[in-house]
Write a protein that binds this ligand. Structure first.
Ligand code: CP
Length: 313
């Protein structure tokens, strides 16, 4: 794989996605071993820079890098010189000057990882950038771990009926999934209230509806998304209770999907809003499986970006 950065899935080819998913399957086998540590990234230095909160993404990137023996560092932005006005550029160059070879960046601003990547190869430092979620733009490793989970449970992505439901407007997870799943040949239905259903998707090969019962009908995969209040700057909904009633996934609504459908959620979940307790913890839920696959996917992505150390595998 020739890629230096992973900024999104919009430009990812089918071959690239298949390579990441196949490598992630191999990494999942590594993670199932009693001794998981591999020397694949020995001598490499990975730095996580999270300008927004995270539980799953940050922890799994750190576990992924450590499992492959990379040196890791983690910048707590609130306690860094960013709080004194240091720019993203100067923060990156400072850490690159200490030897960081890969930056995993989460930022509230769409495009921040792309800006970071533009500094690589300049000022005497060369590094890779992974987008760990930027504003409403993309969250490519979440898209990959979601596709890995679908493949694990359904065998293949091509021809799968996937329904994504909830706050699509503010969701970087939805955007990465839409790009990746269309490239892999899934049939997509996107559903939410008019105000949270971005019209940019209408130009793509997807079905869009505001009717949740219709959207879930016959689905192989139902993916729910939370209301992303942190990105809302106005009134998008009359009430959260109404959203829960019209768009929340509960046992009754899930019955409209195929009997063997899987239920997904990128997390964090808001129980009783976009998903009920009974289905979040039910037999069709693969939410914790998604979390487990997140470590394997992030190992695969770091491995390919940093070249791996084939002699050390
Ligand atoms: N899905 C996801 O990105 O979760 P975190 O915000 O906890 O990383």
């Amino acid at each position: 794989m020739k890629r230096k950065h992973l900024l999104g899935l919009q430009d990812a080819t089918r071959e690239e996605i298949e390579t990441w998913l196949e490598t992630a399957d191999a990494m999942r086998e590594v993670l199932a071993r009693p001794i998981k540590k591999t020397p694949a990234l020995r001598g490499q230095s990975v730095c996580t820079l999270f300008f927004e909160p995270s539980t799953r993404t940050r922890a799994s990137f750190e576990m992924a890098a450590k499992t492959m023996s990379a040196d890791t560092s983690s910048l707590t932005v609130a306690a860094s010189s960013v709080s004194k006005g240091e720019t993203l550029k100067d923060t990156l160059l400072t850490l690159a000057a200490m030897g960081a070879k890969c930056f995993v960046i989460r930022h509230s601003s769409s495009g921040a990882p792309e800006l970071a990547a533009s500094y690589s190869g300049k000022f005497g430092f060369d590094f890779s950038v992974v987008n760990a979620g930027d504003g409403q733009h993309e969250h490519p490793t979440q898209g990959l771990l979601d596709m890995m989970t679908m493949r694990e449970h359904k065998g293949q992505i091509e021809g799968l009926n996937v329904c994504i439901i909830g706050d699509l407007l503010h969701s970087r997870v939805a955007r990465s999934n839409v790009f990746g799943l269309l490239t892999m040949g899934a049939n997509l239905t996107l559903c939410g209230p008019h105000t949270l259903l971005p019209q940019e998707f209408s130009a793509m090969n997807v079905k869009m509806t505001t009717n949740a019962d219709e959207a879930v009908e016959g689905a192989d995969v139902v993916m729910t998304l939370r209301l992303q209040n942190e990105r809302m700057n106005g009134a998008y909904l009359p009430s959260v209770r109404e959203f829960a009633r019209l768009y929340g996934i509960n046992a009754q609504r899930l019955k409209r999907a195929k009997p063997d459908a899987i239920l997904m959620h990128p997390g964090p979940i808001n129980r009783g809003v976009e998903i009920s307790d009974e289905v979040a913890d039910g037999a069709q839920s693969v939410i914790l499986n998604q979390v487990t696959n997140g470590v394997a996917v992030r190992m695969a992505v770091l491995y390919h970006l940093l070249g791996g150390n084939e002699g050390n595998e």
